[in-house]
Design a protein. Sequence first.
Length: 68
Amino acid sequence: MIKVKTRGNETAEQMLRRFKKACEKEGLTKDIKRVAYYEKPSEKNRRKSRKPKPMPRMGATGGRSSSR
């Protein structure tokens, strides 16, 4: 659950802005938009298969050999 407490002389608009940023950071707004409309199972599978795959991590040298 996301909670936002007022800070000193903070206005309601500033507090709302902080709340929205916290929601975006948690991925809540993206999730709400995703479930707002029905998505066919075939479209779900297609979206999941299009998701970028994680890149393999390189060492501290960035993939270059240390002997030059």
